[in-house]
Design a protein around this ligand. Structure first.
Ligand code: NAI
Ligand SMILES: CCCCC/C=C\C=C\C(=O)C/C=C\C/C=C\CCCC(=O)O
Length: 181
């Protein structure tokens, strides 16, 4: 199950918290209750989409960033639950850099502060959505993804364990199935 829906709109920040955080928690809780092996389900994986802005801080979109940090903390905490092996559930995060989607195309200074000054930065950094999809497929091929954080940038994909997202070593998923640390 992938929780992907979100908005980026600093002017409608309460709605943004509702969608980006509260709805994601509802989705996660509902999915887990159906998937849990210890409750009659078949187990499974729940992948929550954050952002590079869920791993760092910035001035143009403080509330959007806060929603993504909240999801990171929530998912990271769930991944530490000691009964996960009995539940048969794994939790992971994907943190894309800027992606060329309607979310980006709708941005202006009401949705993100200083957007005018950041247009060139966004244009240079943004990647096509298929790069994120490729990262998702690489993640899904790993044996155990619980606690994994996949950062997707235009030129590289980086797998880390959620406890090490700030400075942890990375690994090449083509060489190791469970090697993220
Ligand atoms: N586009 C970007 O640069 C980046 C996007 N992300 C994240 O990737 C995810 C997907 O974003 P994009 O595809 O870029 O945005 P998008 O605006 O193209 O797609 C977002 C989707 O969420 C859905 N959605 C929004 N509010 C909803 C609601 N109340 N109920 C049901 N569905 C709702 C929309 O219908 C839409 O299909 C989001 O979590 C976003 O924060 C992360 C990093 C960068
Ligand atoms: C600096 C803010 C740029 C905002 C770009 C617009 C939309 C971003 C949507 C996201 O979800 C965020 C994706 C990427 C953020 C870009 C840069 C983060 C810098 C991270 C770092 O410190 O290296």
């Amino acid at each position: 199950m992938i929780n992907n829906a979100a908005i980026m709109n600093e002017a409608r920040w309460e709605l943004m918290i509702d969608i980006n955080v509260k709805s994601l928690i509802w989705g996660t809780e509902m999915a887990a209750s159906h998937m849990r092996k210890d409750k009659g389900g078949r187990g499974g994986r729940i992948i929550n989409i954050i952002s590079a802005l869920g791993l760092t801080t910035n001035f143009p979109s403080p509330i959007y960033s806060a929603t993504k940090h909240a999801v990171r903390a929530y998912t990271s905490s769930l991944a530490q639950e000691p009964t996960l092996p009995q539940q048969g559930i794994e939790y992971a995060l994907i943190a894309p850099d800027i992606v060329d989607t309607p979310l980006i195309r709708a941005l202006d200074n009401s949705r993100m502060h200083h957007h005018d000054q950041l247009k060139d930065f966004i244009r240079d950094k943004q990647m096509e959505p298929h790069i994120v999809a490729e990262g998702l497929l690489q993640l899904l091929h790993l044996d155990n993804i619980n606690g994994a954080v996949l950062s997707v940038e235009k030129e590289r994909k980086t797998f880390r364990h959620v406890e090490n997202v700030d400075d942890g070593p990375t690994f090449d998923p083509s060489k190791s199935a469970a090697g993220y640390v």
